[in-house]
Design a protein around this ligand. Structure first.
Ligand SMILES: [Zn+2]
Length: 445
């Protein structure tokens, strides 16, 4: 490995030598530890028993690599989901002390959720830490003793204001009740943000594969990022560097597990182009807005509404793949037809969808959901994952036709033909060829 003296010289291009704000030896005084082994001196993980009957027996998730915690880690990966990379950058440039410990004073949840029986079942919840919001409450002794325990879930409150909701109030489809919808047209919500925490044996079982296969694939396809996936079979918990989720609750969260209260729910997967920027090639934003309205109405009628928003952009294929597919769809012979909608995604990505909904119901079990009265979604994959996990779905509701953008018909008809839920007719192969999206030539550039 290069010494500092080598790294500080001018490079071959003649560019000025880089100057570290702090030497990396000051940041990281010990030798690089590439990986650890169960039998290594100083390895003594904090006990962690997934699905134990009390938070004390379960133990905190400890993933810190700070020097005094390296031997006490009981999880692989890094905290913060995908943001762990920005934390690394902050440390590297000297903006964040590598041994910084958070001050959790006043950060506790605004609302109580759970605990529910599902939290104590090692197989019901495998992709988030059911005690991740209550780490300070349950693990303050560990924190006092120097164990670097961090929350992976946070609960807060907010008001949200959306132009589409203002329109709904103006045209009378949603009323201001002064509580769920304020006189000023704001929606009151309780919000939960959660970062992924995977119990590897449970995740493997959910997908019907072995833990060894899961570990090897995670190791290989992250560029060998986490060698402990291979060297530490004793560590069963992995914090993956992927996006998390947000829950928006309309009405009283205590109504969610109450069988006498109605629940309207949408599980929404991120589509930045539509959700934020209003792209009209799909129905994502119209679905999201419609579900927010329906959730507010359910809460106004004495029930509760829940929108879960997953950071699984472009069917978890990402926006780059998504745009490549858009291009191929528009350029293919015969134009952008519903008949070729999934084929183009498969040609680019190898699969048509990587969201793999099997882990999705975990958050519903964390919220205490046992029945969904109105499920706002046409996705068969979401529906089947939820029902297979033991939650009853009473009614499936798809978006009213008058809320669909014209160019999104390709997506909708292709999905219906592929087995997505509809109360209408399933299109034939010939009909799919006739459902065409806009050509680029019609778009002003
Ligand atoms: Zn979309």
């Amino acid at each position: 490995m290069a010494k500092d003296a080598d790294m500080q010289g001018a490079d071959a291009s003649g560019a000025p030598a880089a100057q570290d704000a702090v030497s990396h030896q000051d940041l990281y005084p010990s030798r690089v530890v590439l990986t650890t082994y169960p039998s290594q001196l100083g390895i003594d993980p904090v006990p962690l028993s997934w699905g134990a009957k009390t938070p004390a027996e379960r133990g905190p998730v400890v993933v810190s690599r700070q020097q005094d915690n390296l031997g006490r880690r009981n999880a692989i990966g890094a905290g913060g989901g995908s943001y762990c990379i920005y934390r690394a950058l902050a440390v590297a440039i000297g903006a964040l002390a590598p041994n910084h410990r958070p001050d959790f004073d006043l950060t506790e949840p605004t609302n109580t959720i759970g605990p529910f029986a599902s939290w104590l079942d090692p197989e019901k919840i495998v992709s988030l830490d059911p005690w991740g919001h209550a780490t300070v409450e349950h693990y303050s002794e560990h924190i006092k003793q120097g164990i670097d325990v961090r929350p992976s879930t946070a609960i807060t409150q907010a008001h949200i204001k959306l132009p589409e909701i203002d329109d709904a109030i103006r045209n009378g489809t949603l009323r201001c009740d002064g509580d769920i919808v304020t006189a000023g047209g704001e929606l009151k919500v309780v919000k939960v943000a959660s970062e992924p925490v995977w119990h590897l044996p449970g995740v493997a079982k959910r997908f019907g594969i072995t833990e060894a296969t899961l570990r090897r694939a995670l190791f290989e396809d992250t560029g060998g990022m986490y060698p402990e996936l291979i060297t530490r079979p004793d560590l069963k918990v992995f914090l993956p560097p992927i996006g998390g989720l947000t829950v928006y609750i309309f009405g009283d969260p205590a109504h969610i597990p109450d069988p006498t209260k109605r629940l309207t729910m949408r599980v929404h997967d991120e589509c930045n182009g539509s959700d934020v920027f209003g792209s009209d090639i799909c129905t994502c934003k119209p679905y999201l807005i419609y579900s927010i309205e329906e959730c507010a109405r359910e809460a106004q009628n004495g029930g509760v509404g829940v929108v879960v928003y997953f950071r699984k952009e472009g069917r978890a294929l990402g926006e780059v793949t998504k745009y490549l597919v858009y291009n191929a769809r528009k350029r293919q012979e015969g134009g952008d037809t519903a008949a070729n909608y999934f084929k183009r995604t498969e040609l680019v990505a190898g699969v048509k969808d990587m969201r793999f909904q099997a882990l999705m119901p975990d958050i519903l079990h964390w919220l205490g959901v046992s029945r969904i009265d109105r499920f706002i979604s046409m996705s068969n994959m979401k529906y089947e994952a939820i029902v297979d996990s033991g939650i009853e779905v009473v009614e499936r509701v798809s978006i009213p036709a008058d809320r669909m953008p014209a160019d999104s018909k390709v997506e909708i008809e292709a999905k219906i033909a592929d087995g997505y839920f509809t109360t209408g007719a399933v299109p034939t192969a010939d009909e799919l060829l006739a459902v065409k999206g806009r050509n680029w030539d019609e778009v002003p550039h």
